[in-house]
Design a protein around this ligand. Structure first.
Ligand SMILES: [Zn+2]
Length: 339
């Protein structure tokens, strides 16, 4: 009696068509319940799988969306970085042009310095190496002149990647060439500095200064009629007319090698400037230096007088080269700083 329900059966009737016979299935209740339970479990599993898949898909979509945003942000950032690098390449190329111009200016300055110092100028010096299209990009109208004014403009001309790469290569070549140029210039400037210093030293020890303030030449170097005997004679220096007690200046740096007085030269001073080059100042009223004194160009060494063989106040000035009197006139070029 307990399992009576197990004996009960369900009858399934299938009516395919009006002309066909009816099909009957008799299924025990137990089978029907098991089938229903299986169906329910299957449905539950399917639903669970569907829900889980949906959740996973949603999660993936969310993650994908996040990753996509990150990629977009990274891409935008990279684009900006590339753009910034492009601009930096352009700025560097502008700087290369500016440095190139400055190097040329320095070369010109060096040549001017040489001209002023009376040195040989270097006009054959190689120009700063320049790439063929530096300053502008091939195929574009990008102007990279140094725009120092605030007002700039023009039509927009986008620059391609290839243009930038080419400009970068040219800029690198320019900087490499500039590096070499600057090194050459440093060497050249050091040499020029030494030459100018040598020239300055030479100028200091060369008797180029006028020994009196008046610059009035009353008797030149060479043959003349002697003012005392009225006979032809040789004048071994230059006479400068001046008032008594006018200052007498040393015409170059040097050292006093003698001071003295005699009936011909009167009170006189001899200064040695270099080995073999001396100046001699005669007929002084007063000697203001002593033997052995170091002398600088322009120093006041005595006062004009008319001592010795002289007709009136004047300075007899001689330049001696290796003991021989030479014409002082070609040396007299410079004026004193206080004039
Ligand atoms: Zn004289």
């Amino acid at each position: 009696m307990k399992f009576k329900w197990k004996a009960k059966k369900l009858t399934l009737v299938i009516i395919p068509d009006a002309n066909q016979s009816v099909v009957r299935f008799r299924i025990p209740h137990l089978i029907a319940y098991i089938a229903a339970a299986c169906l329910a479990i299957l449905l539950l599993i399917t639903t669970t799988i569907y829900v889980l898949h949906s959740l996973q898909a949603s999660d993936l979509q969310f993650k994908l969306s996040g990753a996509n945003q990150q990629w977009s942000a990274a891409l935008t950032s990279k684009d900006k970085t590339i753009e910034q690098l492009h601009n930096e390449v352009i700025q560097l190329s502008v700087q290369a042009e500016q440095i190139k111009a400055q190097v040329e200016e320095m070369k010109k300055f060096e040549n001017d310095l040489k001209t002023i110092a009376g040195l040989d100028t270097n006009t054959t010096g190689k120009a700063v190496a320049s790439s063929s299209s530096s300053g502008a990009l091939n195929g574009t109208n990008v102007e990279i002149d140094s725009a120092v004014a605030s007002g700039v403009g023009g039509s927009p001309n986008p620059v391609s990647q290839d243009d930038i790469i080419k400009l970068g290569e040219e800029t690198l070549a320019s900087f490499t060439a500039l590096n070499s140029e600057v090194k050459d210039l440093q060497t050249s400037l050091t040499e020029t500095k030494q030459k100018v210093a040598d020239k300055q030293q030479l100028l200091r020890i060369t008797p180029t200064l006028w020994p009196t303030s008046t610059k009035l030449v009353t008797s030149t170097f060479g043959y003349r009629t002697d003012p005392f005997t009225h006979r032809p004679s040789f004048h071994s220096g230059i006479d400068f007319g001046a008032k008594a007690n006018d200052p007498v200046y040393a015409t170059a740096d040097g050292k006093v090698i003698s001071t003295g007085s005699d009936i011909y030269h009167g009170n006189n001073i001899v200064i040695e400037h270099t080995k073999g080059l001396r100046t001699w100042y005669m007929h002084l009223n007063k000697i203001l230096v002593n033997k052995g004194d170091p002398i600088e160009k322009g120093d006041k060494i005595g006062l004009v007088g008319t001592t010795g063989r002289s007709t009136g106040p004047h300075l007899h000035y001689e330049v001696l080269k290796n003991g021989e009197c030479i014409d002082p006139k070609p040396y007299l070029k410079a004026i004193r700083k206080d004039e």
